[in-house]
Ligand binder design. Sequence first.
Ligand code: IVH
Length: 716
Amino acid sequence: MVQKRTSLFDQAVDSLDENDAAAELAELAALIALNDRLYYEKDEPALTDAEYDALRLRNNAIEARFPELIRSDSPSQKVGTEPAAGFKKVNHRVPMLSLDNAFTREDIHGWIDGLRNFLRELKDSAVVLEFACEPKIDGLSCSLVYKAGKLVSGATRGSGTVGEDITANVRTIKDIPATLKGDGWPDVLEVRGEIYMTDEGFLQLNAEQEKAGGKVFANPRNAAAGSTRQLDPAISARRPLRFYAYAWGDVSASFAATQWEAREKFKDWGFHLNEPSRLVQVIDTRLDDLFAYYDAIESERSGLGFSIDGVVLKVNRLDWQSRLGFVSRSPRWAIAWKFPPERAQTTIEAIECQVGRSGKITPVAHLAPISVGGVLVQRATLHNADEIERKDICIGDTVIIQRAGDVIPQVVSVVPERRSGKCKPYRFPAECPVCGSLLIRKEGEANTYCSGGLVCKAQAVERIKHFSSRDAFDIEGLGEKNIELFHGKGLIRTPPDIFTLEARDGQVLPPLREWEGWGDLSAAKLFEAIERARTIGLDRFIYSLGIRQIGQATARLLARHYLTLAHWRECMEHAQDRDSAAYADLLSINGLGTSMVDDILAFIAEPHNREVLDALTGSAKDRPALVTVTDFERPLASSPIAGKTVVFTGSLETMSRNEAKAQAEALGANVAGSVSAKTDFVIVGPGAGSKEKKARELGLNVMTEQQWLAFIVAAE
Ligand code: IVH
């Protein structure tokens, strides 16, 4: 059977005529169905995973070219409710967060000092702090929900609050129990962990993929993620995927008092754990045992059989974990202590300048390909002109490069003794390599920018890509390839054009469904995805604008502060005047510094950007809004302190200032540093001075720490 396929397989999809294609699709449908039966029902696969994948890839490629020939029994139509439209979305009841990173022993000292400052009872350094220590695996984080001990859902982390439904895929992973073993599990138990691939599984998969002409993965992490996020779980089932449990989310009842105990429970219930792990005690500032664990894992790293990029240290007591809480997107009670980056030597073959979303020019070195820690590296960032000069980098130089985790590899230094007479100094360009506009470097700044704005294709495309990306408008099907396509044809030049694409379809160019590689189905799917994206929350909207330095966390701070789009815009207009109250108010937001504020105001002041905002939200005359921006929803809108401004002054007795602040923020309050007429509550402790006086003069609500605690307990 496989033999028979090979002859047809040789014919390029482009050269098939309709008759050949129809015949081949019929054959592929039958062949794939037969192999599914052999695999699932008889447990006797006749093909290797890669051969099987190659059949499906071939099927998809032919269908993409001849959408009208898609058969009702086609493998692409069989699985899932929305076959090619992507995964269903899943809301995480408890957000899936990330971890903060540490790189040095000093960082770990700093982190532990922070813990001791945050939790008052740990101020006494004789109090023992225990840490559950585990390796940090490079894979795809995954949430598994069990109800009454049965697996009911599996999801990726996604944006942290909304992930993708991969239930069917996780059911095929042998390390993931379909039914929990033992007893004592809560009725609802969300187990979190990492889907990963062993080095052996990864190498074997790549060898098979290569032989069959399929996709070769860059590293085990990509292979694990790519293999899990398959719309067809039959493909995931054939990949060597593994799972480790290391955390939990939504649970109907607590099941442990410590992290270590939780790990033991996971093991009893049938999960694998991250090993080698260790429970380590820290007394005073003696962190030797933590350092010993880190060193031991680093030295065992290459023999573990799976790739790790550091260790994770977690405060063992769960009551302390819950009081320590979270900051931005990471818990205070855990840290990822990364291993130093891996290094290698290679040569620079060329230097090319790339243009980013904001027009920033980044020189990138093209390298003679080299493997660094098992990953093929061909490019490294050179950051900016100063960096090239400082490191004295020439084309043709031998250089030391390093890569750490996902970051783009960096050039550490030149190896001067290997410089030959053939090396050529690099001249930074004066014009944009994409649009030819003049490059500008402001006095005192390290970066160079293209002055072309949206005229520059690179900037426009990058900006639209960001706009439609998952954490912004999340428009499925509008990725890099299609954005470039629509931009190239002049159909999408700015973000608002996305939302008029369907209305303009067929007006100047033939309708999308008639374009090469498109069909009724794919065109309709794209328009549907755009339609679905028309309503967006204020935080995502602000993030989608791609304002320099304004990432998700800052966009959320802004949304949380201003609540509605209209209010935000109005305040941003007023804040253009640096003497205004609006400017002071913007600057008073915790987490925003002057440099971010400058970038926000510069963005709003730029006519191009105002036009985009007006067009999207209908603020321009006679133009209807293209999108609906919903007001920011406070997590605890019902709490009486949600949205209130609180000031702490004087010393606190039961908590540190940071813990008090975190607790108030968790209840939806804004914590400010100074008292004004806008302050709602002022909590005073011993030693409070002028702030208390001012609060009383203004007639504000002044409370002692005890009164405040009683008040928020009632509020909770
Ligand atoms: S605990 C609140 N433990 O690393 C976060 N995460 O860089 C709880 N990871 O998102 C995560 N090994 O996907 C934890 N032993 C380990 C881990 C681990 C790998 C992943 C996880 C997390 C990411 C952060």
